[in-house]
Ligand binder design. Structure first.
Ligand SMILES: Nc1ncnc2c1ncn2[C@@H]1O[C@H](COP(=O)(O)OP(=O)(O)O)[C@@H](O)[C@H]1O
Ligand SMILES: [Mg+2]
Length: 403
């Protein structure tokens, strides 16, 4: 277990596997060829055969942490210099401000380490043994999600820390059983387009949920920080989410919080695997009745009318939220100003297959709204080349087939 006297502040992940990985806990580390003067020695039979070995200095650079873990300084002390994210640093000090930086030694192409900033250790004893805590990925009303790095395998994960006390305070005592429902439903599903949940750790006031890490952030970030998505980009992502939802609905699970912030992207590529996450308000629909739940759940802007009006809702409430999420990704936030349906008029006639999907999903009468399996048979989704590209990507990266 990592003791509190040596709280890690950084981690050097080798980009080139000949370099030793290192968890940074001491105030300063000298990196170079000298076997006695350096904390991280870059010398071995393997290193000597490497084409850039002769360009390294005996003390090539220093990485240090000051100001109680707040500031990380990179100091080049070499003959040939270093590159931080491709920018030359030579005989000078710079502060590493971002959560991650790529470090090259001597030659720009010689990418050696990915420096990852850490912000302490997790509290649950079992978690401490496994994970180092990196930056905050996102937060909700009583949960924070952090990036975490396994100290054993160096695999990246996301850890959602749910504060049970906060929950009970805000919603009322006995609420924790709902948290276990989230964790239980999430753990019971297995689909390539649903974020995987691994272990759950308990502590008196916190619940720690270990999940797959989605390196591309959420669809909300993509829509708001990058640019609106083209029709093709939408189809690639929403085809996957439609399959995930159809799967959940076959299991009689209603997600109840479909929105861009709960769709996660595995990479920053335009075409990437998309995964549904956040089972915070998901529920089983046990009886044969399609219209059962009357409690308000979800996020108002994406809520189906029957959920808002509390007239009873079931799995096809997700179909409405799916449509709103797609519309939001395609036309942006004007969808909220123009109240959903009216935003449809701004979509050009040439996009009639897309428009058909939106019109059908945003059908006010929930009885007339298609279910997810029917929706997947509409012409917009029957696009063989898109389907094949999605299948190929998923198979290559997960070994699974999209169902
Ligand atoms: N596995 C993950 N990988 C990357 N980012 C994540 C992950 N899980 C959550 N996030 C980020 O954290 C945010 C909140 O997580 P979420 O599980 O939706 O919690 P909440 O119940 O508070 O909404 C997400 O919108 C997303 O930006
Ligand atoms: Mg969420």
């Amino acid at each position: 277990m990592i003791s509190s006297s040596a709280i890690p502040w950084g981690y050097l992940e080798p980009i080139n596997p000949i370099y030793p990985r290192q968890i940074l806990t001491k105030p300063s580390y000298i990196i170079g060829r000298h076997p006695c003067d350096c904390d991280i020695t870059l010398d071995s039979i393997e290193f000597r055969q490497h084409e850039y070995f002769i360009h390294l200095s005996s003390k090539h650079c220093i990485i240090q942490c000051t100001n109680n873990g707040q500031t990380v300084i990179f100091h080049d002390t070499s003959r040939n210099g270093c590159y931080i994210d491709g920018e030359l640093v030579h005989q000078t000090k710079i502060s590493l401000e971002k959560h991650e930086h790529v470090i090259s030694l001597a030659v720009k192409e010689n990418q050696v380490y990915r420096f990852i900033r850490l912000s302490g250790v997790f509290n649950a004893v079992q978690l401490d043994e496994h994970y180092l805590k990196a930056n905050l990925l996102g937060s909700g009303s009583f949960a924070n999600v952090y990036k975490a790095i396994s100290s054993v395998t160096q695999v990246r994960r996301a850890i959602k820390i749910i504060n049970k006390d906060q929950c009970e305070k805000q919603i009322g005592s006995g609420f924790s059983k709902y948290l276990y429902r989230e964790v239980a439903i999430h753990g019971s599903v297995d689909h390539p387009c649903i974020l995987r949940r691994f272990e759950v750790f308990h502590e008196r006031s916190n619940l720690f949920v270990e999940m797959e890490y989605a390196g591309g952030g959420s669809l909300f970030d993509r829509i708001h920080k990058t640019s609106l998505m083209t029709e093709e980009e939408c189809k690639f992502i929403f085809y996957q989410i439609a399959c995930a939802l159809a799967y959940l609905h076959r299991l009689k699970i209603v997600h109840r919080d479909i929105k861009p912030a709960n769709v996660l992207l595995m990479t920053n590529e335009r075409e990437t695997i998309a995964k549904l996450s956040d089972f915070g308000v998901a529920k089983h629909v046990y009886t044969s009745s399609r219209y059962l739940n009357t409690t308000i759940a979800g996020t108002q802007q994406f809520m189906a009318p029957e959920v808002l009006l509390q007239t009873g809702h079931s799995t096809n409430a997700d179909v409405w939220s799916f449509g709103m999420t797609l519309l939001n990704a395609y036309v942006g936030d004007t969808v909220f100003r123009l109240r959903g349906i009216r935003a449809l008029n701004s979509i050009s006639y040439s996009k009639r297959e897309l428009k058909e999907i939106l019109v059908k999903t945003l059908e006010t009468n929930s009885f007339a709204r298609p279910d997810m399996t029917q929706l997947l048979r509409y012409p917009w989704f029957r696009d063989q080349t898109c389907f094949e590209r999605v299948q190929k990507l998923i198979y290559e990266q997960t070994g699974q087939y999209l169902r």
